[in-house]
Design a protein around this ligand. Structure first.
Ligand code: EPU
Length: 417
């Protein structure tokens, strides 16, 4: 199995082009299920999760074109089999995003329950509750959700927790429902807005995406569209954190700084100089970073998907940082691996207390999920000597050309067997 070998201790320096956002591309690909016309996407990242979603849609009869230069065409002229099987769903929880659109288009869907996950329980009860509120009958048998509805009906749905894919699933379903759906306590993440913009380009009537109340007036049918996926704010944040941690200098191009306010604020607090334009971010860290304390929160708060990378930064910062995880109950797995590199971290329930040390030392570590892997990469870039990261398939799910991009910034990094 592939591993990543990093020889740390060099500041990152140079320019990186940000890829399209994984967590926007996946729901947007599912929007193709809502129309028999082609959906032509641009800025789609080349990632394992995108390939998994393409495979899942392909098994249902969606024609999936080749992915080249960020372009990907999807056409669901007919849906032969509205089923998402366990084999694919277990590898990618975002597969559950097909439930809403399949139900809206075909009147039935059979989707595997995703099951457990390395970062927490992650139930899908809010997806189910919302669809039931729109008139769907959903039963669970043999690990599968069997859903049916003649035609979904618009409804007022108050979500009990703020859920990103839950909001997206219901928005996708509501586009073809009869009447108006109002989603309250909706997620405000930029990826939700990006999905809404794509659906609007297809003819959907959606208002309020980006706020906690989204209004969707159902239409009889949607058309195809051309749509460019937004830049990845978590990939951006990861490179920015790595640059700050190594006291380097980086320009991100094709970025969306307006989606990164909380991350940029924390990096400034750590001592980084940051300048932004409409679509670029320049960061320079001329000193050892200062430790930052943070608490993860739904957007516009600090993303849980950035928590692990900030923890890596705090490991070598001056001072002590307190990092509180409020979204997922088991998202500190990287802390134990960071300790193997010499970090001083103690965990008290939802809070990790990170005392900065002068230096980390390279060691063998194991990646447990996507963002945990990213934090180990950041730590490996800072650590003295060699760090060997095992199970890097997690990184291939969410970071396009990671070694290539980091090498171009002067890092010594290689994929080894
Ligand atoms: N939750 C419920 N019931 C539900 C849905 C969610 O209780 O029906 C809970 C979850 O257990 C969690 C909280 O609500 O405690 C928030 O979960 P959310 O549903 O928002 O997470 P998600 O939609 O499954 C997306 C991203 C994650 C990101 C989270 C939080 C995608 C494909 N995934 O997951 O990204 O961490 O939102 O922002 O959009 C990643 O990219 O590495 C990743 C894990």
């Amino acid at each position: 199995m592939d591993k990543l070998l990093i020889t740390g201790g060099r500041p990152l320096s140079g320019e990186v082009r940000v890829s399209g956002a994984k967590n926007a591309a996946l729901p947007i690909m599912c929007a193709a299920l809502l129309t028999d016309q082609p959906l032509e996407l641009d800025n789609v990242p080349k990632l394992m999760d995108v390939r998994t979603m393409a495979k899942l849609l392909g098994l249902m009869g969606v024609q999936v074109g080749p992915q080249a230069d960020g372009r990907l065409q999807l056409q669901a002229a007919q849906i032969k089999d509205p089923v998402a099987g366990y084999e694919l769903v277990k590898t990618m929880r975002a597969s559950v995003l097909v439930l809403g659109p399949l139900l809206a288009r075909c009147g039935r869907a059979k989707v595997s329950l995703p099951g457990g996950c390395a970062i927490g329980a992650r139930p899908v009860d809010q997806h189910v509750k919302g669809l039931q509120g729109m008139g769907a009958v959903i039963t669970v048998e043999h690990g599968y959700m069997n859903a049916s509805a003649k035609r979904l009906k618009g409804a007022r749905i108050v979500m009990d927790v703020v859920t990103v894919t839950g909001t997206e699933n219901l928005m996708l379903a509501a586009c073809l429902a009869e009447g108006t759906t109002v989603l309250e306590n909706a997620a405000r993440e930029p990826e939700v807005v990006d999905l809404a913009n794509c659906l609007k380009a297809m003819g959907a009537r959606i208002e309020g995406a980006g706020t906690d109340v989204i209004r969707i007036e159902g239409v009889g049918s949607l058309s195809g569209a051309k749509y460019r996926v937004m830049p990845d704010r978590i990939e951006s944040g990861t490179y920015l954190a790595a640059t700050a941690a190594t006291s380097g200098k980086l320009r991100l191009t094709h970025a969306a700084p307006q989606t990164l306010s909380a991350t940029l604020e924390k990096l400034r607090e750590a001592g980084a100089d940051i300048a932004v334009t409409q679509d670029s971010i320049l960061i320079e860290m001329a000193r050892r970073p200062r430790a930052v304390s943070l608490s993860t929160a739904p957007y516009p708060g600090l993303a849980t998907d950035m928590q692990a990378q900030f923890m890596a930064l705090d490991c070598i910062a001056s001072g002590t940082g307190q990092i509180t995880e409020t979204i997922f109950e088991n998202r500190f797995m990287h802390a134990l691996e960071l300790q193997r590199l010499g970090a001083d971290i103690s965990i008290h329930d939802k809070t990790a207390v990170v005392k900065g040390v002068e230096r980390l030392q390279g060691a063998r570590v194991m990646a447990t999920d996507l963002r945990a892997s990213a934090s180990l990469v950041v730590a490996g870039l800072i650590a003295q000597g060699e760090t060997l990261i095992d199970r890097i398939y997690h990184l291939d799910r969410g970071y396009e050309g990671l070694e290539h991009k980091l090498s171009s910034l002067g890092a010594k990094i290689a994929r080894v067997r």
